[in-house]
Design a binder for this molecule. Structure first.
Ligand SMILES: NC(=O)c1ccc[n+]([C@@H]2O[C@H](COP(=O)([O-])OP(=O)(O)OC[C@H]3O[C@@H](n4cnc5c(N)ncnc54)[C@H](OP(=O)(O)O)[C@@H]3O)[C@@H](O)[C@H]2O)c1
Length: 399
């Protein structure tokens, strides 16, 4: 029986998960591909740390030995960083291999180029694992985009920051204590900057933006705020008013281009993210026909991420698979003119043009204002967070 020959770049958490699934689900894969599905080579950096999982598998730290293999059909990228991953995948595509990547940082920077190259070379390019791990968000968006106009995408795309916020609220603890627990549990790295400052969520939002709007966000205008400035006291105050902090990435089309905002926001129980807790991820999509869809699930981890890669692998066997399609029809403006904000602190002296909706606590105002108006307020004793979803006032919902 012939075989589908696969090279695996990286043999860490994700790489090992992919290897494992290909072994444990061989019969299923065989029935799909009508041939054996084999990992023939594995690339690592420090070869002395590793043993080949099988004597038939080439374990190497030299990519040339992989890309020059006579029989090679698919290259799966599970290494870290923009380089050398980008150049390795370019070489694989030039060789005529299908490629699949989990590397969100590389794909956020070079996804457009790789998509173009894959199109020119007639190979498929899978990147489901780059956003929200095990949640099939890329396939869902591709499916929806065939007819729907997607108006807005919001996501909790980083499990570590969501875990920290959940922990701070549930245990009434500080950011530092929650971060230490996240590190002890293996959710946060020794250097948590990428997660808690929103870089990781931003990379994922860039990938979604290119898929949904056909454009990279305007880097200059986009916002990337982390969660470190949220205090235990703020969490307690807003919790008592029915709000939870969530670190949300959102994408909207404005005149300046696609604006991506990654920032802490407040949601109440009317918002689909209210119940997304711990390391879970979620994505909420507003389509003009379907309305709102929210999907939640594990955003990272060995098997969820490997599952996304294997689903991409299966798609290379489907002739109708079209990784790149026109989304011209989706270039519509979705910016709402005004939005809701919770302003806390000494809230007495707001400018008169800011419209107050509610005062649920002496130290908190809910207001309706544009982003520019909020950032223009020149008061030093206040802080503010955007409120996503409906605002519950004493007698009614404002939507
Ligand atoms: N972990 C997750 O849950 C998850 C979820 C979604 C996406 N991802 C993405 O998947 C990728 C892999 O993540 P991971 O958690 O599996 O990382 P990891 O556990 O650190 O493993 C990385 C692997 O890549 C190898 N590697 C790194 N740089 C290399 C280079 N320049 N040349 C050759 N091999 C190299 C490493 O080899 P050495 O050990 O020899 O350095 C290691 O085997 C990353 O891009 C990550 O962003 C991860």
């Amino acid at each position: 029986m012939s075989a589908l020959h696969i090279a695996l770049l990286g043999y860490g958490t994700v790489g090992k998960g992919v290897y494992k699934i290909i072994q444990t689900h061989q019969e299923k894969l065989k029935s799909i591909f009508k041939k054996d599905v084999k990992i023939v080579a594995i690339l690592v950096k420090n070869i002395e740390k590793y043993h080949a999982p099988d004597c038939d598998v080439l374990l190497t730290d030299d990519y040339k030995k992989i890309v020059t293999l006579e029989k090679l059909d698919v290259v799966i990228d599970a290494i870290v960083g923009k380089e050398p991953s980008f150049h390795y995948l370019q070489q694989a595509i030039h060789k005529g291999c299908h490629v699949i990547t989990a590397n969100k940082e590389m794909f956020a920077y070079h996804g457009t180029q790789l998509k173009q190259l894959a199109k020119e070379q007639g190979v498929t390019l899978g990147f489901e694992a780059t956003v929200a791990g095990g949640i099939p968000i890329i396939q869902t968006l591709r499916q929806l985009l065939q007819v729907n106009n997607i108006q807005k995408v919001q996501g909790i795309l980083n499990g570590t920051s969501n875990f920290i916020l959940t922990q701070m609220r549930e245990d009434s603890c500080s950011f530092d204590t929650a971060l230490t627990l996240a590190q002890e549990k293996g959710y946060a790295e020794a250097d948590p900057t990428n997660d808690v400052e929103g870089y990781d969520a931003f990379y994922k939002a860039v990938i979604l933006s290119e898929l949904v709007f056909g454009e990279t966000p305007n880097w200059e205008e986009s916002i990337r705020n982390g969660i470190k400035s949220i205090t235990r006291e703020q969490i307690e105050l807003f919790s008592s008013l029915g709000y939870r902090f969530k670190h949300v990435a959102s994408l909207e089309k404005e005149e300046k281009g696609i604006i991506c905002a990654v920032k802490p926001v407040l949601v109440n129980e009317t918002h689909p993210f209210y119940h997304i807790e711990g390391v879970q991820n979620a994505v909420s999509i507003d389509g003009d026909i379907v309305g709102n869809i929210s999907i939640q699930g594990p955003g990272a981890g060995m098997l969820p991420t490997a599952s996304a890669i294997i689903e991409d692998l299966v798609y290379i066997n489907k002739p109708s698979f079209s990784p790149i399609f026109s989304n011209e029809q989706n270039r519509l403006s979705v910016k709402e003119s005004n939005t809701y904000w919770a302003i806390g602190g000494v809230v007495e002296n707001l400018p008169s043009h800011i419209q107050i909706i509610d005062r649920p606590h002496p130290d908190v105002l809910i207001v309706e204002a544009s982003e520019e108006e909020i950032y223009d307020i020149q008061l030093s004793n206040i802080y503010f967070y955007q409120v996503y979803g409906k605002v519950i006032t004493q007698n009614a919902f404002v939507s």
